[in-house]
Design a protein around this ligand. Structure first.
Ligand SMILES: NC(=O)c1ccc[n+]([C@@H]2O[C@H](COP(=O)([O-])OP(=O)(O)OC[C@H]3O[C@@H](n4cnc5c(N)ncnc54)[C@H](O)[C@@H]3O)[C@@H](O)[C@H]2O)c1
Ligand SMILES: O[C@H]1[C@H](O)[C@@H](O)[C@H](O)[C@@H](O)[C@H]1O
Length: 341
C-alpha cells in the first residue's frame, strides 16, 4: 500500500459524487484513483480537478485499474451484488452503500461468499451508526440509563423522492436505515413487520404510497414504529425516541441554524441527507479508510446488510397486503457479530 489508499468509486451519482469529494477533501489517508459510471460524463464531472483518475463506463474494468487497493460502491442497489463479488474475488476491501443488495437471496450470496473467504472484506454504508446523536443514544441504552428498552418511535421524512422511486423503495431503501439503526441500538434482530398505508399525500407522485407507517417487532418483544414520508416538502427530518422502563431519550429534534430577524425567529431545516448526515458520512468514510490501512474491517457487516434486506423484503410483502409478516433469517455464520456490536 502506498502512502495513500487508492480507492475506486463505482457510481458517480448523488452519493458517489459526494463520496469522491469527501475522499479528495475531507478524509485523510486516501485518494480516488478510478471511477466507473455508465454515464461517463457524470464521472468526469465528479473528478474534475482531481489528478490522475482513470474513468471508465464499466464498473468491473476499474477494479483492475492501476493503484486500486479498495472499492467504494455507490451504484444503485441492484448493481451491488456483482460489484461486491468481483471485489471479493480480487481480495479488495469494500465500503458498499445501503441497501447492500436489496434482494435477500442475493444478499445471502454475498454473506456466503465472504464467509467462504473466512475474513471480512466489506463495510456497509449504514452511516447513522457514525452520527454523534445516534451514538449518544446507543451509549445511553447500552449503559442501561433508560432501563429495559420497550419502544423506538422513529420519523423519516424527505423533502421529495427521486423520479424512479416506487412505493417499495420507501421500505427497502429509506426504512433500511431504521431497520439497521433499530437492530444496532437494541442489539436484537427484528422478527416481524407490519406496514400500514394511510391515504397518500396529495403531494406524492401519482401511484406512490407515501407516507407509510411501519411497525417492527423485535426478538425480545420491543416495538419499533416508523413514519416514513418521502414527499413531505418541508425538510429532511430523521428523529428517534427510545422509551425504556425507566426513561426516554430523543434525538434529531433540531438540525438547523436558528435565525432571528425582522422581529421573529425561525429554525432553518436541512433539506437533504447530505447536510443532515454530513458529519456521519465523513466519520464513516474516515473509519473505513483508517481500518483498511490497518488491514482491518470494522462497522456494519454484510450480515447486517443481509438482515436489513430480509426484514425489508418482509415489509414490502406487508405493504402489498400480507398483513403482519414474520422474518425468516438464515443462520448467522460465526464470522459475524450479534446485532448491536
Ligand atoms: N447512505 C445514504 O444516506 C444514502 C443516500 C443516498 C443514496 N444512497 C445509496 O447510494 C447508492 C446510489 O444512490 P444515488 O442516490 O447516488 O443514485 P444516483 O442515481 O444519483 O446515482 C447512481 C449512479 O450510478 C451509476 N450506475 C448505474 N449502474 C452502475 C453500475 N453498474 N456501476 C457503476 N455505476 C452505475 C448511474 O449512472 C448513476 O450515475 C444507492 O445504493 C443508494 O441507496 C445512500
Ligand atoms: O437513498 C436515500 C438515502 O438512504 C437517505 O438517507 C434516505 O433518507 C432516503 O429516503 C433514501 O432514498
Amino acid at each position: 500500500m502506498g502512502d495513500l489508499l487508492g480507492v475506486a468509486v463505482l457510481g458517480a451519482g448523488h452519493m458517489g459524487a459526494d463520496h469522491i469529494r469527501r475522499l479528495d477533501q475531507a478524509v485523510s489517508g486516501a485518494r480516488v484513483v478510478a471511477v466507473a459510471d455508465p454515464e461517463t460524463e457524470r464521472a468526469e464531472e465528479a473528478v474534475a480537478g482531481i489528478e490522475g483518475v482513470v474513468v471508465h463506463r464499466e464498473a468491473l474494468a476499474v477494479l483492475d485499474a492501476p493503484g486500486v487497493e479498495a472499492v467504494l460502491i455507490a451504484s444503485p442497489g441492484p448493481a451491488h451484488e456483482e460489484a461486491l463479488l468481483a471485489a471479493f474475488a480480487r481480495g479488495l476491501p469494500v465500503l458498499c452503500e445501503k441497501p447492500m443488495v436489496p434482494d435477500p437471496a442475493g444478499a445471502l450470496r454475498v454473506v456466503e461468499a465472504e464467509a467462504r473467504l473466512g475474513r471480512r472484506l466489506a463495510q456497509i454504508g449504514f452511516m447513522r451508526r457514525y452520527d454523534a446523536e445516534y451514538r449518544r443514544l446507543k451509549s445511553l441504552l447500552d449503559a442501561g440509563a433508560l432501563g429495559r428498552p420497550l419502544m423506538l418511535h422513529c420519523t423519516h421524512r424527505n423533502v421529495s423522492s427521486p423520479p424512479y422511486f416506487t412505493s417499495d423503495r420507501l421500505v427497502d431503501s429509506s426504512v433500511s436505515h431504521e431497520i439497521d439503526a433499530a437492530r444496532w441500538l437494541l442489539g436484537q434482530e427484528l422478527t416481524a413487520v407490519t406496514v400500514i398505508r394511510p391515504a397518500p399525500s396529495s403531494a406524492a407522485p401519482e401511484g406512490l404510497w407515501d407516507p407509510q407507517f411501519v411497525v417492527f417487532e423485535t426478538e425480545q418483544g420491543a416495538l419499533v414504529d416508523v413514519e416514513v414520508f418521502v414527499n413531505c416538502g418541508f425538510g429532511y427530518q430523521v428523529r428517534c425516541e427510545a422509551v425504556g422502563e425507566t426513561g426516554s431519550a430523543r434525538i434529531g429534534e433540531e438540525h438547523g441554524v436558528a435565525v432571528t430577524a425582522a422581529g421573529g425567529s425561525r429554525l432553518e431545516v436541512p433539506q437533504d441527507y447530505l447536510v443532515r448526515f454530513a458529519d456521519a458520512y465523513d466519520r464513516e468514510v474516515q473509519a473505513w479508510v483508517d481500518a483498511t490501512r490497518r488491514g482491518e474491517v470494522t462497522g456494519p457487516s454484510v450480515w447486517d446488510g443481509y438482515a436489513a434486506s430480509a426484514v425489508a423484503e418482509a415489509g414490502v410483502r406487508s405493504l402489498h397486503g400480507a398483513g403482519r409478516v414474520t422474518v425468516d433469517l438464515a443462520e448467522r455464520p460465526a464470522l459475524y457479530a450479534e446485532p448491536g456490536s
